[in-house]
Ligand binder design. Structure first.
Ligand code: PLP
Length: 416
């Protein structure tokens, strides 16, 4: 301690950051390109690093921290459940799977749930359901149709139907039978779906792909083709679902609602506790019989209790999400009038992308420096996934910071 006393607090923190980075660079697989920020604690929409610097968090764990940080009701149930029962396996019942599944059925318009631990794992299960469905009809009915630019996860199965070369190329050959079509192209979809199709998989709003919503006509066409060829329609709501757009699920924005046969969700459901769900109608649920699928951790008492508590809170938040989302988009459209390199503002609710004619990388770093966390997807799309509890005041603050860093970007742009 004495030796440390000659070191200033700022130097100490620099020391912590350097030590953590050195350990990770020596001992971790080098798959992540992290920002040089060591986060320590959070409250509401703000998170602090080890030096105590606060950041307004508008990426919020990539859409996971729906209630921000340290929400009092979450802290309470997690504390309580940790002292009672964390894990049971699926050999026995506990009090929370049934009620959470009932709740999911009511809000989704579907019937039965399988619980797992991540988005990818939910998609993987949905793929087994499509395969099993197809096999019952014909051994050759195993094709899965998905979209260019989609993202469905990183296991070999989910990767096989992810329509982005950069994620796939190092792992080929992947599963046979994956067919890709451009989004919102009704003719292309009609041409590729046939008797060999076991399922059609769609993100209602593409997230990693750059915040691209589907049209209502496209959702209707997908439903019609799935019915015509006895295929399962699967909506990947992992990023756009569970409140993100001001409805429980993004497909509920379609008017009239187009129901999928299977819906997968994850990111915000457990508010940071790993929890993924497959929710299916009765027909799709019949594809998984006794012992055909399972998970050791899936649907544990802690995760399910947290999920139930979250859905309880979410009910009251939905109108607010629609309102703050519209407010945020309006403010971003105002910025668009100031900066010619903003091509488009896209999205619904609190899932928003700002498409730029320039790279977004430096803008993300500058925003971080100014105390705002955002992210950039597809090189040029600034992505915003703020907590559902975000206020108009916090949005104003984020927009002020953005305006400042966009001004700097405009200067760089004209200088180059
Ligand atoms: C994040 C995401 C996944 C993968 O979820 P993980 O929890 O990272 O496995 C799949 N689909 C979509 C649309 C996603 O945004």
């Amino acid at each position: 301690m004495n030796a440390m006393s000659t070191v200033s607090p700022v130097q100490q923190e620099a020391g912590i950051v350097d030590r953590i980075r050195a350990l990770e660079s020596q001992y971790l697989l080098q798959n992540y390109a992290r920002y040089p920020l060591v986060l320590q604690r959070g409250k509401g929409c703000y998170v602090s690093d080890v030096s105590g610097k606060r950041y307004l968090d508008f990426i919020a764990g990539i859409g996971v921290n729906a209630l921000g940080y340290a929400h009092p009701r979450m802290v309470k149930v997690i504390r309580e459940q940790a002292g009672l029962l964390l894990h049971t396996s699926n050999l026995y019942y506990h009090e929370y799977q049934g009620p959470l599944a009932e709740r999911l059925a009511k809000i989704s318009g579907l019937a039965r749930t399988f619980f797992c631990n991540s988005g990818t794992e939910a998609m993987e299960g949905a793929m087994k359901m499509m395969r099993s469905h197809g096999r019952k009809v014909h051994p050759e009915k195993y094709e899965i149709v998905s979209l260019h630019n989609s993202f469905h996860g990183r296991t070999l199965g989910a990767l096989s139907i992810t329509g982005q070369e950069k994620y796939r190329k190092d792992f080929e050959p992947l599963l046979p039978g994956a067919k890709f079509v451009p989004a919102n192209d009704l003719v292309a979809l009609e041409q590729v779906v046939n008797e060999r199709t076991s399922g059609i998989v769609i993100e209602w709003i593409q997230g990693e792909g750059g915040i691209f919503p589907m049209s209502d006509e496209y959702a209707r066409k997908a439903r019609e083709l799935a019915d015509r060829y006895d295929a399962l329609l699967v909506f990947d709501e992992i990023q756009c679902g569970v409140g993100r757009v001001g409805k429980y699920f993004a497909y509920q924005l379609t008017d009239p609602v187009v129901l999928p046969d299977i819906m997968v969700a994850a990111k915000p459901v457990g508010c940071g506790i790993p929890l993924g769900v497959i929710v299916a109608n009765e027909r799709a649920a019949q594809t998984i019989g006794s012992a055909m699928h399972g998970s050791t951790f899936g649907g544990g008492p802690l995760a399910c209790r947290v999920g139930l508590e979250f859905l309880d809170i979410l009910e009251g938040l939905l109108p607010q999400i629609e309102r703050t989302g519209a407010y945020f988009r309006m403010k971003l459209e105002e910025l668009q009038r100031h900066f010619s390199f903003i091509r488009e503002v896209r999205g619904r609710g609190l899932m928003i992308g700002v498409d730029l004619a320039i790279s977004g990388k430096q803008i993300v770093l500058d925003a971080m420096e100014q105390g705002l966390l955002i992210n950039c997807t597809h090189d040029t799309v600034l992505r915003f996934l703020p907590p559902y509890i975000v206020t108009e005041k916090e949005i104003d603050r984020a927009v002020r910071i953005l305006k400042k860093v966009l001004k700097a970007a405009a200067k760089r742009d004209t200088a180059s």
